[in-house]
Design a protein around this ligand. Sequence first.
Ligand SMILES: [Zn+2]
Length: 271
Amino acid sequence: MDSNSISRHVLVCQLHEIAAERGAVLVVHAAFSKAGPVEGGPSGLIEALREVLGPDGTLVMPSMSSDDDNPFDPATTPCHDMGVVADTFWRYPGVLRSNNPHAFAAIGPQAERITAPHPLDMPHGLNSPIGRAYELDAQVLLLGAGHDANTTIHLAENLAGVRYRREKYVTIPEHGRPIRFDYREIDHCCENFALVDGWLDEQGLQKRGIVGHGEARLARSRDIAKVALEHLRAEETVFLHPLGVDEECDEARRSLPAEPDNHHGCSKDSP
Ligand SMILES: [Zn+2]
């Protein structure tokens, strides 16, 4: 074992410390580059999480494909962009993975419900793995990752009814042949999801700790959605950068309907 590696025993104690509850539904977004090295590598981290949750707990991780040009196959398509822990998790014996390029993977009593079929064109609404986790009062654990990785904030954007979209596509099989499926998704660069960190802290709704070598944050899915909704209802574009910072936020801003021009106090009935 690497002398810098955190032992399984210490890892389990750290996870208990941040109060991942036995029997909970736990959504984990992990950046192993920050949390590692730990005993057993990414698998060691997954096993420690399962030990802490116990047999009644359900462990959930993002498992999305980053390949828009080929059909998704839950048995073979990697999820490299979600990190090595997520890309190890779906390959684990007994882990279920939804059959959708916006997949999540899960193991435990609620895994079947969470990974049931979900729509392609609304990846993070209530009828999605992350929406079902929310309805099951899940906890969200960010391990070495920030809130920019927190998919539950996209759920809040859906619940708030934000109007911005980006043009997206995936490739799906139809009659045995791959075809392109275009849709519009609530998306942007997501950097400003980091604002949720302070909003949760202000209301005492987030626990912080260390897991492995990385900073960890734990909050209830419902609390994340609640604070994000409060701010989205006050300002629809709160998560979007101003125009000219990055292409994703620019595209999202340009998709918004133009504001009515009332600057001169004229109504269209004016003479
Ligand atoms: Zn941006």
